[in-house]
Write a protein that binds this ligand. Sequence first.
Ligand SMILES: Cc1cc2nc3c(=O)[nH]c(=O)nc-3n(C[C@H](O)[C@H](O)[C@H](O)COP(=O)(O)OP(=O)(O)OC[C@H]3O[C@@H](n4cnc5c(N)ncnc54)[C@H](O)[C@@H]3O)c2cc1C
Length: 392
Amino acid sequence: MVLGGGAAGLYCGARLAEHGLSVLVLDHARRPAEKVRISGGGRCNFTNIHTSAANFVSQNPHFAKSALARYSPWDFCDRVAKRGLTWHEKTLGQLFCDQKSGAIIDMLVEDFTKPGGELRLETSIGEIDHRDGRFHVGTSNGPVTADRLVVATGGLSIPKMGASGLAYDIARKFGHDIEPTRPALVPFMFSGDLKDAFSDLSGVSCMVDAKAGTGPDFHEAMLFTHRGLSGPAMLQASTYWRESQPVEIDLAPGAPLLDNLNEARKAKPRMTLTSWLGTRFPARLAQFVASWPGLPGDKQIGQLSNAEMDALTTALKNWKVTPVGTEGWRTAEVTAGGIDTGGLSSQTMESKHLPGLYFIGECVDVTGWLGGYNFQWAWASAVACAAAITNR
Ligand SMILES: Cc1cc2nc3c(=O)[nH]c(=O)nc-3n(C[C@H](O)[C@H](O)[C@H](O)COP(=O)(O)OP(=O)(O)OC[C@H]3O[C@@H](n4cnc5c(N)ncnc54)[C@H](O)[C@@H]3O)c2cc1C
C-alpha cells in the first residue's frame, strides 16, 4: 500500500505493479499528482542533468547519494522519451517538458494502472496500526491492510493543495525523529522602509549572487515584489535562511566595478552617479541604489573621492538585507527538514524501526535546490524503495 499519489508515490507504485505486486495507492485529493501539474509553470521541470547530492540540503548530506547514484536524470529522461514526450534545457541543467505537465501525470498514472495498480482518490486516511505482521489503515472507504506500507504524502507546502503532515505523524508513531520543518524555496518578506522601497520596485529584476546562512552563492535572477524579494536567487537562498539572519546580495556579480567606474570617469566625468548606475541597472533600481545613505547619488562621477568609490563598491557587492520572514507554507515550493534520515536505510528508504515501512519523496529530510532536483529525488527515492520491495 502506498499513501500519497503524488510524484514519488505513483512512480514507486508503478514499479511495484510492473513486477506483479498487488498495489493500492491512496490519496485524499480529487486528482493525482497536483504538484506535478503546477510545477515548472505548467511545463514540469522534471529533472536536472547536474543532479548530485551537493544540490540537496539534509542533516545528513550523504543520505541521498545512494538513491541518486542508482537512478540518474537520464534514467527518467529515458522513461519520458519512451512515452514520446520531449523536453528542452531551460537553464542551468533544468529539463522542462515541451508538452504540458499533464502529459507527465498521464504517464505516471498509466504506468501504475496499466499493470494492475489501483488508485483510490478522495480517500481520507485515519488510524494506522501494525499488528500480526501487517499494516492496518483506516480510510474513509473502509479499512485496508497490506504487508508493506510506503509513505509518500509529501511535505507541508501549499496546504490549499492538500499538503498535510501525515507522513510526519506516521513516522513519529513508529519511533522516528523529525528534523524541524520550515518552508523553503519561498519568497522573502520585509517590513517598514525596505518593504515600501521594494514595493515601489515591484517587477524589477536583476542578476545577483545571493547567499543566506551556510548556503552557497546562487548566481541567479532576483525579483522585487510588493512584499519583498523573490526570483530564483531568493528562493534558493531561502532554503538556507534562518529567522533574523540577513541575506547577502552582490548586486554586481563578477563585474570589475572599480575598473568600470574609472573608465567611465575618464570618458564621461560629468555623468552623475545615478546615471552611471542606470547603465548597469533598470532605471528604478539605479535611483533606489543611488539614494542609499552614504552614496552621493547626484554627484558627478569625475568628482568622486576614493572613499566614495570604495563605499559604492562595498555597498553594491555586500548588500545585506534582513527579511522579517518568508511567505511561508502558502507559497513555499518545498518543505525543508522532515523525517530524520538517521532512522531510514539510504539504500532502500526502509524504516530502521519497523521493517516493511518505507518513506520516500519530500517527506524525508532531503530538500533539493530549485531547478528539477526535487522531482529527481522523488523518482530516485521511489525507485530505491521499489527495488528493495521487489528484491531487485
Ligand atoms: C508551485 C510548485 C512548483 C514546483 N515546481 C517544481 C519543479 O518544476 N521541479 C521540481 O523538481 N520540483 C518542483 N516542485 C516541488 C515538487 O512538486 C515536490 O518536491 C514533489 O511533488 C514531491 O513529491 P512527493 O510525491 O514526495 O509529494 P507530493 O507530490 O506533494 O505528493 C503527495 C501526495 O500525497 C497526498 N496527501 C498528502 N497528505 C495526505 C493525507 N493526509 N491523506 C491522503 N493523501 C495525502 C497529496 O494529495 C499528494 O497527492 C514544485 C512545488 C510547487 C508547490
